[in-house]
Design a protein around this ligand. Structure first.
Ligand SMILES: NC(=O)c1ccc[n+]([C@@H]2O[C@H](COP(=O)([O-])OP(=O)(O)OC[C@H]3O[C@@H](n4cnc5c(N)ncnc54)[C@H](O)[C@@H]3O)[C@@H](O)[C@H]2O)c1
Length: 398
């Protein structure tokens, strides 16, 4: 159906899970752009109809049936389904928002339950991913569509303040360290390579990786009118909850099929500066997300989560049963540092605001296709480095 009100951006969602819910909440908060959440589709009729009823959105059987009624497709499905959705939307001339990771390697076509991505040759994997990225880049460019890479770290108030500091103080960033860790994803397909494309590195590590790549892009644009990009990575991954002597006390998720639950990437940029990214599923106490910047003229710690606005003491967990405190905190007893509005502090709200403004008025969002391509190439180069026990690998940039 043609958009009868060209001032309105009609968004259709693929995926009725955790990320889909965040997109709806934050699209509803967008101001200055008329946004209509026009539809949702998912893998099962039950999940999309329930989600549709909850949010008052029409449920569609598939992406094709929804595409005619929307202007932007917001992709919140598991990573294995991203590339196909991107290509379909781009070929239909629709704008795209895509959750992280942009795409990846999910095994051969016939990969079944016994497939193990951790035993796959990572050179072949990187080659495949680079071809997939080239197809996505072509489809987006040739169709001239809007593309927003949903990397919320970029849109946190903390990282945007650091962007301003770098831009206005003409800083040279010499080293950075960034992390996203917690006690394990809630998605049932997380932990299975053929759905997720890997473990902590692509599930969580891409957040701080995206942030450090973004900040060097910002610096490059100020100082040289072109982005400073990553040239090589050295990485290690481990399966800490699968070591022979692991003593399971029940606090950490442990059902990872064939993926790592810890990863470390050392990134070297084309100007010789560096960043270190850490990610894991073995951190208790809620999300542990930060980016720290060491520059030639300043030092900044960007606290992404926790950002404690309220400290509350609760002697009995039952009292707070219906009160949300902070993401992934497994207990509400004792002292808790409470986030009062995670959609704001974790960047989701500013992300949707930027995407809707760009989809409506044109322009490139802060988190764009170029950043998504570099992050994905660097993440899979990291898997190849890990296969070589941490040897340095060039990032094959497009
Ligand atoms: N930015 C963030 O902080 C953040 C947080 C969580 C998840 N994510 C990302 O969002 C995406 C979804 O994660 P989630 O936690 O919401 O997963 P989820 O398992 O909670 O939900 C996935 C949804 O996708 C649907 N789906 C599965 N296969 C599909 C297919 N082939 N076509 C259409 N729909 C399909 C499922 O039915 C389900 O509704 C992932 O890429 C994940 O990495 C990002």
């Amino acid at each position: 159906m043609e958009n009868t009100n060209p001032g309105t951006i009609r968004v259709g969602l693929v995926g009725a899970g955790f990320a889909g819910g965040i997109h709806v909440e934050c699209l509803q908060r967008v101001h200055g752009v008329d946004v209509e959440i026009a539809g949702v589709t998912s893998a099962t009729p039950g999940s999309r109809e329930k989600f549709g009823r909850k949010h008052g959105i029409k449920a569609y059987d598939c992406i094709e049936s929804m595409l005619g009624d929307i202007d932007v497709l917001s992709i919140c499905s598991p990573p294995y389904a991203h590339a196909e959705a991107i290509i379909r939307a781009a070929e239909a001339g629709k704008g795209i928002i895509c959750e992280k990771p942009l795409t990846g390697y999910f095994g051969p076509q016939d990969a079944g339950a016994s497939y193990r991505g951790d035993r796959e040759d990572k050179e072949r994997m990187l080659d495949y991913v680079m071809q997939a990225l080239a197809k996505i880049k072509d489809a987006v460019q040739q169709n001239g569509i809007f593309f927003g890479y949903a990397e919320n770290f970029i849109y946190t108030p903390a990282l945007q303040k650091e962007r301003e500091i770098i831009e206005k103080s003409d800083a040279q960033v010499l080293r950075m360290i960034g992390e996203e860790s917690h006690s394990g994803s809630s998605s049932p397909v997380y932990g299975i390579w053929r759905y997720a494309g890997g473990g902590s590195l692509v599930g969580k590590g891409v957040h701080p990786l995206g942030a450090v790549l973004y900040l060097k892009r910002v610096e490059g644009m100020v100082r040289h009118q072109q982005p400073i990009r990553p040239v090589s990575v050295s990485a290690r991954t481990h399966q800490l909850t699968r070591i022979e002597d692991y003593a399971d006390r029940g606090f950490l998720r442990t059902d990872y099929h064939d993926v790592e639950d810890y990863g470390f990437i050392h990134v070297v940029f084309e100007d010789g500066t560096v960043a270190d990214v850490i990610t894991s599923e073995v951190v208790l106490g809620g999300l542990y997300d930060y980016v720290e910047v060491f520059a030639n003229n300043h030092r900044t710690r960007c606290n992404i989560s926790p950002v404690k606005v309220v400290d509350t003491y609760n002697p009995s967990g039952r009292q707070y049963e219906d009160i949300y405190l902070v993401e992934k905190c497994s207990t509400k007893e004792g002292w808790s540092g409470v986030a009062t509005d995670e959609n704001f502090t974790v960047g989701y709200q500013a992300e949707m605001q930027d995407f809707m403004e760009c989809a409506c008025r044109g322009g490139r969002p802060a988190s764009d296709i170029d950043l998504a391509l570099d992050v994905t190439a660097a993440a899979y180069a990291a898997y190849l480095s890990d296969q070589n026990r941490g040897g340095e690998i060039g990032v094959p940039l497009l």
